[in-house]
Design a binder for this molecule. Sequence first.
Ligand code: GAL
Length: 842
Amino acid sequence: MAEKLLFFLFLCLPYFCLASNVTYDHRSLIIDGQRKLLISASIHYPRSVPAMWPGLVATAKEGGLDVIETYVFWNGHELSPGNYYFEGRYDLVKFVKIVQQAGLYLILRIGPFVAAEWNFGGLPVWLHYVPGTVFRTDNEPFKSHMKNFTTLIVNLMKQEKLFASQGGPIILAQIENEYGYVESDYGDGGKAYAMWAANMAVSQDTGVPWIMGQQDDAPDPVINTCNSFYCDQFTPNSANKPKIWTENWPGWFKTFGSRNPHRPPEDVAFSVARFFQKGGSLQNYYVYHGGTNFGRTAGGPFITTSYDYDAPIDEYGLARLPKWSHLKELHKAIKLCEHALLKSEPTVLSLGPLQEAHIYAESSGACAAFIANMDGENDKVVDFQNVSYHLPAWSVSILPDCKNVAYNTAKVGSQTSIVEMVSENLHSSDKSSENLKWDIYMEKAGVWQGADFVMDSLVDHINTTKDSTDYLWYTISVQVDQGEKFLSNGRNPTLMVESKGHALLAFVNQELQASASGSASDIKFKFESPITLEAGKNEIALLSMTVGLQNGEPFYEFVGAGLTSVKIDGFNNGTLDLSSSTWTYKIGLEGEHLNIYKPDGLNNVKWISTSNPPKNQPLTWYKAVVDPPSGGDPVGLDMIHMGKGQAWLNGEPIGRYWPRTSSINDECPSTCNYRGKFNPDKCDTGCGEPTQRWYHVPRSWFRPSGNILVIFEEKGGDPTKISFSRRVVTGLCGLVSEDFPTTDFESWDKNSKYNSEAKPVLRLICPKGTLISSVKFASFGIPSGTCGAYLKGSCDYPNSISVVEKICLNKNKCTVALSGENFGKDICPGLTRKLAVEVACS
Ligand code: GAL
């Protein structure tokens, strides 16, 4: 190991890295003359923090990944024309070098349009306001800016010698993103632009191939690639291009107010195995670690701050088990077949109407086979080369020697971890957060420090703020005559508002009257609400809010937001239409303008100190000195008792919070059936619950003491109930069956030979520094159920608990063989026995 490291260091001392030659043929990428079968992981650098990068990359490497893939986020790098930022979370060079140091390759998806549930799809909002610009079509200002940025990134990588052709890790680069879907919407300009983008990319002369995702007409030598939940059916547009899958979605994203999607590990593994079975050469998980949309980087609109994605590494950086480990085993099994897969053409055998085998046999005698059962309902026993194999529904078995099954995608033998958010006070030294001292500052509803402009109409929100803030005040005063009947008859007038999106608070004379918002499925909204008006002058202040800008679709940059109609009904003369009246506008909040959430702006206002902060108080800034939560576990900020707003720690942007709940009437299945085609609505959880309760606060943002938490609450909440939570693995589950392939790959690793002595085992590993402290459930026999809800079956070894306790208790990890030696003589004759265990870690 040390030798290997030295060798690598020697190869990669600055300027001494050996250049690699990356080309391709119909089968795969070819690196230095060798065909490669590659498994890749998307990790987006600004969705975590530099302190997490080495750990995330190491966890990907341990998971059996060869390549890290990332987009480049233009609007995070070019804050205004020519004003570049490559520090902190945006230190792209540092990220690429961390990948290089880990000995992995990198795919750089420059875009620069990326979609990605990222604000404005990654393109700078200022670019929309460069006169004459239309995004993503044959448009000179757009092309010129896109070319400048692409060249800037390519040159930055070249300067640092990061392309494989220079000895660096970058083996592929991507231009544009899924343009094929929208090309025809742009008429003639679409095709011309796509071809221009490809040529512009190729002319960058990086020495590595370029790819275009979902772009059937990608011209040679650019490789068109596939993005979907399944890509086994995909064929590239030319016989000399390899089959590459740039986005396999192992889960899905969330929007505020929606359910929580999950993609079962069995189905992710099935899709990957099918892809390699059918000649795939490079597969990328989009995303392998999703992370967090910090600050105002979420797109949508309405994308949550969490971009967890049910990915193999969770938002907080912990391996998600069993997904991560089930895929790790899959990667090992595929790698055992790599040689045969790349060196031979397959023979395809039909084994039934929905069953097929691909056999990759080399002349040397080496052989690997993939056997698939595409039946979404029924298991099947198939005969393959005179041996019968049981194939669960919707599964692939991988046979690295064409005889023995190393892996089946539907048999998940690796442990599940039980993860909890363990609450801790903001002030860990105090017993109760209620003793915490808060500083508060209240925003005025409406114009502060003078108006920005006055206009006889309702303006578009985004064209006005240019996304410098989420907030835009629309204010107007309404004169009410003494003679209005509603002043005496108790029947309040009705405020009627229509908005293109995304959310709104309505104040009259500084009092909050109503709040409303659209949703991801319908961004615009309208509402009617009774309001209280007084005789004389009434100040109406409507706070329009964006919740992330749209990140895709043709001409999305022209989609607006904000108010389109404001009326008040109930006057003696009927309805008062204010839509074309004189409105006074103010962009943003005073606290934002004065930077009071940043360390150097904290003192720009006079805060009021109190240990009894106001509750349900709109437009309020809260500030407190907080302690870092104990230990080293990842941290989430629990905002379930707050309304909606944004939070910062030590000036770092935690992001938008909004415990908006999904509808109780949404569908959440009680169990998730992995069989059959997946779609993002198939295995949802969280019906009737807040879409997001906890907000990741990276550990590296904390100092040992004196941490300043700042919150801007828009509509009202209870700050005394805000707490931190540590993300802790408190227990483990595992269920292994006698008919599972052995979980021990050691005998396969060396020479792809099968060791028939090896038997399935159940392995449990608690997090570092913790021990298996109790066995909550153990049954050897025919148990059923899922983690947390296992049930004993009609055959159950009574000694199950004591056997597992003896082997596992007070150990950090243990391995329990499903053997007679452990459990005694067979008391379930004729049955396939299973072992199910749940333990606690502490
Ligand atoms: C793809 C797109 C990605 C991401 C994904 C969904 O269409 O290329 O950037 O948006 O969908 O997560």
